[in-house]
Design a protein around this ligand. Structure first.
Ligand code: ADP
Length: 164
């Protein structure tokens, strides 16, 4: 597991993860960036896969992206912490990783799910991301190159300290 700073749409991993909303039709933030770069066939492909409930994941081709696959997951909206937000965020990472073996995915890039428009506290979200992925990889013996892609420096520093 490693952290890098950059734009997830530039990643040429087997799969990139999208912090989507349940309609899967695109939106702001990383979702908008992925749909713009993948092209309009992505929304067409997503239509019959929607709605995607919070915590679940759907897989599509990468279309115009370098990545072969896009795994769309819907993070929880932060509503104070008493509405299962942490458990739902764990489910996002777990459900994405469960798709790796059946799709022959050996490298994957995650954004910081829920930490933008959905306002999940950044440090807590990073702790959940690192802890959930670490235990999944060891529990299932999954061999994947896992990248956390942070858009900004502050987020990068949080992950870097958790991974060191
Ligand atoms: P959510 O609705 O799940 O909060 P956002 O897209 O609003 O999703 O934000 C999730 C995180 O993705 C934020 O930390 C934001 O800084 C980051 N982000 C936005 N655009 C990109 C991008 N192109 N590549 C990687 N991360 C991005």
């Amino acid at each position: 597991m490693r952290v890098i700073q950059g734009d997830i749409t530039d990643m040429n991993t087997d799969a990139i993860v999208n912090a989507a909303n349940s309609s899967l039709m695109g939106g702001g933030g990383v979702d908008g960036a992925i749909h713009r770069r993948a092209g309009p066939m992505l929304a067409e492909y997503c239509r019959p896969l929607a709605p995607c409930p919070t915590g679940q994941a759907r897989i599509t081709p990468g279309f115009g992206l370098a990545a072969r696959w896009i795994i769309h997951t819907v993070g929880p909206i932060w509503r104070g912490g008493e509405h299962d937000e942490a458990a739902l965020l764990v489910q996002c990472y777990t459900n994405c990783l469960h798709l790796c073996a059946p799709h022959d995915i050996h490298s994957i890039a995650f954004p910081a799910i829920s930490t933008g428009a959905y306002r999940f506290p950044k440090k807590r979200a990073a702790e959940i991301a690192v802890e959930t992925c670490r235990s999944f990889l060891s529990r299932f013996g999954l061999e994947v190159d896992l990248h956390f892609v942070c858009f900004d420096r502050a987020q990068y520093d949080i992950y870097a300290s958790l991974l060191s």
